[in-house]
Design a protein around this ligand. Structure first.
Ligand code: DGL
Length: 267
């Protein structure tokens, strides 16, 4: 366990969608400092092969050895599929393990749906993790490649997006799921759209909240050192490419009043 409790927590994503996870963690652990890294130069990961995602993940984790952190949260679901192959001296949190755990607790009828990128669906990581916890559960997966571009375009509250979400989730509704894992950083932004389409019978599981539960547990078990009180809350945002649209997306996720200053990361 790293001894320096004052080190920040690293949060990594393929782009800016992982700010949904940072937003949740920075509110929940308001005294902690955070360093966010978005690999905006190489997004999307969700359409790439496991080998490429693995290489990118290793390079991005190396950034956090130069910018020391006490733990790294891999907010990106597609990158989380490769975390088990990583060697690291600091704890690495993926979003799949806690999402699977929360979904298996939430589901009452043992029928769980997963919406995610193609890379996450192909990896079978969610079904494997859920079956480790509850072997009898049936898992129904749906890749939703159109949703990330729609969110990035700002069309999160749009009839076209509603229709596309409906098209993606209707086979899952036919399969009678009672729980749906939003297995991609961008999907919590579409939470209201999912709720409308799913109706009250289906609960959604958001990676951001699930990863917070796991970190909280590790703080309590002293597996991860808590930052000393009264010093905190510094957030630094890094990206591997800075375009004119980053500020719009970052403000939509973090809130319009947020001052967004992105620093360029060399990886
Ligand atoms: N961050 C990715 C994920 O959660 C979505 C965007 C991408 O395809 O890189 O899977």
């Amino acid at each position: 366990m790293p001894t320096d409790s004052n080190l920040p927590i690293g949060v990594f994503d393929s782009g800016l969608g992982g700010l949904t996870v940072l937003r949740h963690l920075s509110k929940r652990f308001a005294n902690e400092d955070f360093i966010y890294l978005g690999d905006t130069a190489r997004i999307p990961y969700g359409s790439k092969s496991p080998r490429t995602i693995q290489k990118y993940l290793a390079q991005n984790l190396a950034f956090f050895t130069r910018m020391p952190v006490k733990a790294v949260v891999v907010a990106c679901n597609s990158a989380s599929t490769q975390v088990s192959l990583v060697n690291s001296t600091v704890p690495i949190y993926d979003v799949i393990t806690p999402g699977a755990l929360r979904a298996s607790i939430t589901s009452k009828n043992s029928r769980i749906g997963v919406v995610a990128t193609r890379a996450t669906v192909m990896s079978e990581c969610y079904p494997k993790e859920i079956h480790k916890l509850k072997p009898g559960v049936q898992v129904f997966q749906q890749a939703c490649p159109l949703l990330v571009p729609l969110v990035e375009e700002g069309w999160d509250d749009d009839p076209i997006t509603n229709l596309i979400v409906y098209r993606y989730v209707s086979p899952l509704l036919t399969a009678n799921i009672d729980t749906l894992i939003l297995g991609c950083t961008h999907y919590p932004i579409l939470k209201n759209t999912f709720a409308k389409v799913l109706g009250a019978r289906v609960q959604t599981v958001d990676s951001a909240e699930s990863i917070g539960d796991l970190i909280e547990r590790d703080f309590q078990l002293h597996k991860l050192p808590v930052k000393e009180a009264g010093t905190g809350g510094i957030i630094r945002l890094f990206a591997t490419d800075i375009s004119d649209t980053f500020e719009t997306l970052a403000k939509r996720i973090l809130g319009p009043a947020t001052i967004v200053q992105l620093e360029l990361a060399e990886i």
